[in-house]
Design a protein around this ligand. Sequence first.
Ligand code: ZN
Ligand code: ZN
Length: 68
Amino acid sequence: MHCYDCAQAGRHDANGIGACTRCGLFTCADHSRVLQTTVQRPIGVIPMTSVLPSRRLVCGACRTAEAS
Ligand SMILES: [Zn+2]
Ligand SMILES: [Zn+2]
């Protein structure tokens, strides 16, 4: 899979590193942000937050939209 943002800019050789968790588009390392996040898992009926951080990938456009 190639990076969507690079393809928009006319570059078709950039390999995507993953899919944005918000919009689902593939983006490369330059166009992605990997953010730390926590995982909620239910212990019985009580939601517990994971001790170790997980991660999520968002593309530049979604990161900008989230931050604005
Ligand atoms: Zn790219
Ligand atoms: Zn996105």
